[in-house]
Write a protein that binds this ligand. Structure first.
Ligand SMILES: [Zn+2]
Length: 163
């Protein structure tokens, strides 16, 4: 299963939808046999559910669509390095390959980091066979964090102007 930019671009466009809805700047999609099975953006604030990360929602939907808890033929594309919860979920459903754009350290530098513990370390901790492909379309994925940050600054400056 070769990684394809077009699938990461779907995850990126999902993240943009999320940013437009004042969600966190993350998107994900799951692909099997070059077909998209599921796609999602973060819905933490919409759902008031801290587990509504894009990757979690995409995995849940893929399991529903494929009627299985075994996603061993699938690739997960995520715009951001998965957090420990999402990585563990991917590990449990036997996803063999994850491509992600932004590193946790990248997000932190730009003012956003969902979590402080990288998937790269989770892999070692769980002794997980998941194949990680960090930095896939990283530049485009970084643009999401910048877009989110810009929106946040504009919003904050409006608050300052109004008060
Ligand atoms: Zn997560």
């Amino acid at each position: 299963m070769k990684l394809q930019k077009k699938f990461m671009k779907i995850a990126i466009s999902e993240a943009k939808k999320g940013i437009n809805k004042d969600e966190n700047p993350f998107g994900a999609c799951i692909v099997r046999d070059n077909k998209i099975i599921s796609w999602a953006y973060d819905k933490v604030f919409t759902d008031n559910d801290m587990s509504s990360h894009a990757e979690m929602l995409a995995i849940r939907e893929a399991c529903r669509v494929l009627d299985s808890c075994d996603l061993s033929g699938c690739i997960l594309y995520s715009t951001h390095e998965p957090c420990p919860m999402c990585f563990t979920f991917a590990h449990l459903v036997k996803i063999p390959k994850i491509a992600f754009g932004v590193f946790i350290e990248d997000g932190r530098k730009l003012g956003y980091s969902r979590d402080t513990f990288p998937a790269r370390k989770m892999k070692n901790l769980l002794n997980s066979p998941i194949n990680l492909h960090p930095g896939f379309l990283r530049r485009e994925a970084l643009g999401l964090i910048r877009m989110w940050e810009k929106k946040r600054l504009i919003k904050n400056s409006l608050w300052v102007n109004l008060s």
